[in-house]
Design a protein around this ligand. Sequence first.
Ligand SMILES: [Fe+2]
Length: 217
Amino acid sequence: MTGLAGRAQQLAEHLLADDPRRWAHTRAVAVRAAEAAGSLPPAQRPVLLAAAWLHDIGYAPALRDTGFHPLDGGRHLRAHGWPDTVVCLVAHHSGATHVARARGLEAELTDLRCAEPVPGSDAEALSDALTWADQTVGPGGEPLSLSERLADVLDRHGPDSPNARSHATREPYLRAAVARTERRRATLLDPVPAPAAPRLQAPGRAGAGQPGRSAPG
Ligand SMILES: [Fe+2]
């Protein structure tokens, strides 16, 4: 398996294969991302797919450091030479900045040096597409509306969780990102999304690379 997205899939499978539910979520997010990719410029499409595969690798026990998965995943990718765009998408996916603030980890996230996307830019469209994919797929890979996804997260994490404490500022951000993506999808640059749906493999069957050798070429 070659290419940025292929290498991302291999690494994600290597790290998450022991967590079937997380892996099912990740695979569904990658498929969802492929559905949004046609609304992005061609150069961004493999970046979106790679970030979709990698967005939750910070949950892997081997990567756990701060316990905040966007930060732990982003740090791992940066340390292993992944492109800045992929690092920053993973570190900031789905409004992570809002949750980081509630967890007292905003400075650590800032250390990854990811600029806020300019409104209306291609970078914003890319970030929005990842958030849309992640926020319309449930924890086991099932399709959910954004409202259902938010309700599920609050229910699972509880009223005193950082997710709950950041909800007032994060929810409007997520709703805006999802709405922007749906508008872009309604006017696709290409009539059919350019990337095929990712090839999916059962957990544990890929020749996954070791985390320490995960840097793309
Ligand atoms: Fe996710």
